[in-house]
Design a binder for this molecule. Structure first.
Ligand code: AHM
Ligand code: MG
Length: 343
């Protein structure tokens, strides 16, 4: 007996028709994002043959050197999405301001945010990278579209996901009723549902953090990692394993597949910045996916999805993954805060 494998299109049509979970414009939006990711996947795959490797010789708003593929991925997402009538505006890690859909196209009711190519320092070394996206609804009640329309907490997301460009290209999606994964079938040219109802185990023996920053961490993070490193002889009574790919998409994908905890916490290198990762198009979509799979995502003190954003490119401390571990790190922060308040 052959197993029926649904395409992303069929999955979305059923979400629209049967579940009534997504309206037609959102279905179109997700199909278009998937199509753009397919194009990005092909560009990434070509590598040197496509003359897409190396630096573009420019910097983005965060002061990071842009790779050619960062720019290609950004343009691919904009070109694919601007004309369909489903969007009002877009925002990206690679653009300082928002990109309002030009007047020559109809304006839709959604806002799309993305990190077009996350982990792009890994492009040249042929390690997995990905596209992260988050979808919001344009607030009602005023004409035009402004940066401030994007400043909604992660709880307001109506869809979020990422596409990982690795040995396989996999699109991972939530519209608020669990997490589904779709593998790109290159012969058919379509994304096929390969895993539904993804669940993150509540416990884990695997952590992901950039250990080279250890001397800059705050005490609660040091305490947690120190206890993991003590293994069976320490308070945790078990040995831990460490992984750090330096592509958040890959680290989150591993956690959605077999559990784990990912941390990019605030540290003392740049104390005025709340963290390295960006709230709106990295932490919020990843945080929602993790929660939808039964995990947890905080900034050490607060649920990431409940943070009220004040800036488009706002940074945040990120701790996400298996519920019991994230809870533990969060408790360590709150304990330290209480001790500090009493001192
Ligand atoms: P980017 O958006 O500029 O690619 O930076 C984000 C990436 C994440 O994917 C990854 O978790 C982190 O930066 C790695 O940082 P580091 O180089 O400090 O290990
Ligand atoms: Mg990024």
């Amino acid at each position: 007996m052959t197993v029926r494998r649904d395409s992303l299109t069929r999955y979305l049509v059923e979400k629209q028709r049967v579940d009534g979970r997504i309206p037609p414009q959102l279905r179109l939006l997700l199909e278009v994002v998937a199509r753009a990711c397919k194009r990005i996947s092909f560009a990434v795959n070509k590598g040197e043959l496509g003359e897409v490797m190396g630096s573009a010789g420019s910097e983005n708003i965060q002061g990071e050197v842009q790779k050619k593929l960062d720019i290609i991925a950004n343009e691919t997402l904009i070109e694919a999405n601007e004309w369909g009538g489903h969007l009002a505006a877009m925002a990206s890690e690679e653009m300082e301001g928002i990109y309002v859909v030009p007047n020559r196209y109809p304006q839709g009711e959604y806002l799309l945010m993305f990190d077009p190519l996350d982990g792009s320092s890994n492009i040249d070394v042929n390690v997995s990278i990905g596209t992260i996206f988050s979808v919001l609804k344009k607030p009602e009640g005023h004409p035009g579209i402004h940066d401030s329309d994007f400043l909604q907490p992660g709880t307001q997301q109506v869809a979020a996901g990422y596409c990982i460009y690795g040995p396989q290209t996999t699109l991972v999606l939530t519209v608020g009723d669990g997490v589904s994964m779709f593998t790109l079938d290159r012969e058919q040219g379509s994304f096929i549902l390969t895993q539904d109802n993804v669940k993150v185990p509540e416990d884990t023996k695997e952590f992901a953090i950039n250990m080279s920053n250890m001397r800059h961490w705050d005490a609660p993070v040091k305490r947690y990692i120190d206890e993991c490193l003590q293994g069976t002889e320490g308070p945790r009574g078990k040995d831990f394993n460490m992984r750090w790919i330096a592509s958040m998409v890959s680290d989150v994908h591993r956690i959605l597949t077999r559990g784990g905890i990912f941390m990019y916490p605030w540290d003392k290198r740049e104390p005025h910045k709340p963290g390295k990762l960006r709230l709106m198009y990295e932490a919020n979509p990843m945080g929602w996916l993790i929660e939808q799979a039964g995990g947890m995502a905080t900034n050490g003190r607060q649920r990431i999805l409940e943070i009220e954003p004040t800036q488009l490119h706002e940074r945040v401390s990120v701790i996400l993954g298996s519920k019991n571990e994230v809870q533990r790190v969060t408790d360590y922060h709150l304990e330290a805060d209480r001790a500090c308040a009493q001192a």
